[in-house]
Design a protein around this ligand. Structure first.
Ligand code: PLP
Ligand code: SF4
Length: 347
């Protein structure tokens, strides 16, 4: 058995020897979970209180301080605030908006394992996140059924090991970077032992919402597996790519991890050519490639975020006119049962 995936803690490269400024678990513990606290902290209108409490009863509010600092106080229309503030709209039923819009249930081939597309399979590594995005398509995912301890992962790992058409495993969730380094390391080691796997992809919003999480140890962990690491982060608005978030994305890129961004097209947040162009350019400027612009998945409670596909196509057209080809994300939607993400095109 090759041991190239063994974690070498003894010799981190010099660039990563800076002391860790803060401990991410403390940042997480200090995150705001109470709608009233959010409204007070940001001096928002009082009439938002009742609806925020009600909507948070269905899907709790969660926002860490790092993200909060990027929100403009006193502005109920702030595009970052809209992603985290529970609103009355979430409690309205809209026909066509359902609990499992993307067919996750049908694609579940073992506990925690979703296999939809050729060559890659996705592990629901945890149900936790560091932020609760109000538009999340897994708002109502039954995470309690999924593995928690390493042993619980054995059926999924066996299924991956038994299928040599799989070359890539995607750690998703929830947010896989909510796992501790130790758990992540164990999981990655187990995956690296499966000979036909070549790549490890991590889908995480933590580099954007809780940048502390990307510690020198984590970077070292990603660099030391024999699997090629790919990080797909999730930023929707240029005002997210500032300060500690920007530095963190730079550190990922500089440590040699291919880093891509996926955004969700959201009414009132980024359904605007200037905003999207600015987002893509900021990403490119730090070496992060815009990968996907997702049409909203039609999950219950998120109908007010939907942007018509005709509008999305106009926006992409405008991006093509303004930006280099590599800076324009693919505009896709997820169709339950399809063999890949579906590129949105003129009907
Ligand atoms: C989105 C998704 C993927 C990744 O698709 P790519 O087009 O390769 O980014 C893989 N598995 C599942 C279950 C997915 O939902
Ligand atoms: S971080 Fe991802 S999984 Fe978690 S709430 Fe946001 S979109 Fe959903």
């Amino acid at each position: 058995m090759p041991d190239t995936w063994e974690i070498s803690r003894a010799r981190p490269s010099p660039r990563f020897l800076q002391p860790v400024a803060t401990d991410w678990s403390r940042s997480l513990a200090a995150a705001i979970r109470d709608p009233d606290a959010l409204i007070d902290r940001l001096a928002l209108p009082q009439e938002l209180r009742e609806p925020a409490r009600r909507a948070a009863g269905r899907f709790p509010l969660l926002v860490p301080d790092s993200y909060l600092r990027r929100i403009q106080p006193g502005n109920p229309a702030d595009p970052l605030l809209l992603q985290v503030l529970p609103l009355d709209n979430e409690c309205h039923e809209t026909p066509g908006f359902v609990t499992d819009p993307v067919g996750d249930h049908a694609a579940r081939t073992a506990p925690g394992l979703l296999h939809k597309y050729a060559g890659r399979a996705l592990l629901v590594a945890t149900g936790s996140c560091a932020v609760h995005c109000r538009y999340c398509f897994r708002r109502e995912y039954p995470y309690q059924q999924e593995p928690r301890r390493l042993d619980d992962w054995l059926p999924a790992l066996d299924a991956i090991a038994a299928d040599d058409s799989l070359h890539e495993v995607i750690l998703s969730g929830g947010d896989p970077l909510m796992l501790t380094d130790t758990r992540l390391e164990h999981l990655i080691q187990r995956l690296a032992q499966i000979p036909h796997l070549r790549r490890l992809r991590i889908h995480s919003r933590l580099p954007v919402v809780l940048p502390d999480r990307v510690s020198p140890d984590l970077l070292q962990l990603l660099r030391s597996t024999r699997l090629t690491p790919i990080m797909v982060v999730h930023a929707n608005h240029p005002a997210e790519i500032v300060d500690d978030c920007r530095d963190t994305l730079v550190s990922l890129v500089q440590s040699g991890v291919t880093t891509l961004n996926q955004a969700v097209l959201l009414q009132g947040v980024n359904d605007n050519e200037d905003v999207l162009a600015d987002l893509c350019e900021r990403l490119i400027d730090i070496g992060v490639l815009p990968y996907y612009l997702h049409q909203l998945d039609r999950v219950r409670g998120a109908a007010h975020f939907e942007v018509a596909e005709a509008r999305g196509l106009e926006l992409i057209d405008e991006l093509r006119r303004r930006l280099p080809g590599y800076a324009v994300p693919r505009y896709v939607r997820e169709v339950a049962g399809a063999a890949s993400k579906t590129v949105v095109e003129i009907a």
